[in-house]
Design a protein around this ligand. Structure first.
Ligand SMILES: Nc1ncnc2c1ncn2[C@@H]1O[C@H](COP(=O)(O)OP(=O)(O)OP(=O)(O)O)[C@@H](O)[C@H]1O
Ligand SMILES: [Mg+2]
Length: 326
């Protein structure tokens, strides 16, 4: 395995707005050539952290470095290394796509001939060639997002920050952007993105921090996060008349809490080896003369993890039965 090279390092970063702790001691590390996901609900602090990383705001305390360069002391150096596509596409309505990219290239002091070349290349890559000479006010939401992403790529940054790159896009446009994001990383870039979509984090990110109210509540690879909830979920559905007996059998076989879904009435337990547990449960149910209506084993989804760690667990449809309870 290649030795990992740290590109972004965030140590105990805090940013308060009065009583609001937008960032309350964040630590994270992003390795070169990977996609890092900041996953969190509204107001979690995602944009604040991206703005700190992109030198747009200074943290109250803590340390942030990109390629070993301190964000607070060398913002200009940092800006040369990074690209940022903000949460709300910062696109000038009256400029065309081509004019926008050419303008950004000028800001980066790219010579005219090279600027033209880069602009053509990016327009093609972002599937905006046909719309290149139309003012951006005629662009759809997805086109504006792509143009904004294009603008962040003009300076050929090694490190890219994308704040909710696919929010509000339809599923196909989102897939296209995912494809592009993967390509950008395959070319050797390092990328940090924020998202509220679990499936996006799951599909794209090598490593994820779930943040909530300015704090990291969980960090890991998607697989680590899923397995941290422990174990497979074994689900059994029976006739109403057998519900109580099945609950008893399942909690005694699994030796753990059972969760009953109030709506579907299915009973579930967690187990390290779901398939083995299922066989044991079914054997006991057969002995008791109970025939299940439905059986399943699945791994916890990122959804389960998110709900568990942000405390937003929807208790309306499930309730926890303590072991031994009837
Ligand atoms: N300039 C500011 N002044 C006052 N409060 C702010 C400011 N910027 C952010 N906040 C507060 O800090 C908290 C974190 O905001 P932030 O925009 O980072 O959240 P977020 O995770 O990006 O949310 P969203 O998913 O809605 O974009 C929120 O409570 C927000 O109201
Ligand atoms: Mg935000």
């Amino acid at each position: 395995m290649d030795k990992k090279q740290t590109v972004i390092q965030v140590k105990n970063v805090k940013k308060y707005y009065g009583d609001v702790k937008a960032l309350d001691g964040i630590d994270l590390r992003v390795d070169k050539g990977t996609i890092y996901g900041l996953l969190g609900p509204n107001g979690a602090g995602k944009t604040t952290l991206v703005r700190v990383l992109a030198t747009l705001i200074e943290p109250d305390s803590g340390e942030v470095t990109v390629n070993g360069v301190d964000v607070k002391h060398h913002p200009t150096k940092i800006r040369r290394m990074i690209g940022l596509a903000g949460q709300f596409a910062a696109v000038d309505d009256f400029l065309t796509g081509r004019e926008t990219l050419m303008m950004v290239a000028r800001l980066y002091h790219v010579p005219k001939k090279e600027a033209k070349k880069r602009t053509d290349e990016l327009l093609r890559r972002l599937s905006l060639s046909d719309a290149a000479d139309r003012p951006a006010k005629t662009y759809s939401g997805g086109m504006r997002r792509r143009l904004d992403l294009g603008a962040s790529l003009v300076g050929k940054p090694e490190v890219l920050f994308l704040d909710e790159p696919t929010t509000g896009l339809d599923p196909r446009t989102r897939q296209e952007l995912w494809h592009l994001i993967r390509e950008l990383v395959d070319e050797g870039r390092t990328l940090l993105l924020t998202t509220q979509y679990l499936e996006e984090a799951d599909a794209l990110c090598d490593y994820i921090s779930i943040i909530d109210r300015g704090k990291v509540v969980k960090q890991g690879t998607t697989n680590e996060l899923k397995s941290s909830l422990g174990r497979d979920v074994v689900e059994v559905k029976v006739e109403d008349k057998n519900q109580d007996e099945t609950l008893k059998i399942m909690s005694s076989v699994a030796k753990c809490d059972t969760i009953v879904d109030d709506i579907t009435k299915s009973i579930s337990v967690r187990a390290a080896k779901g398939a083995d547990m299922l066989v044991k449960i079914v054997t006991q149910l057969e002995k008791a003369g109970i025939k299940p209506k439905d059986l399943s084993v699945h791994r916890p989804s990122l959804d389960d993890v998110f709900l568990a760690v942000t405390g937003n667990k929807s208790t309306s449809s499930s309730k926890l039965n303590k072991r031994g309870e009837k």
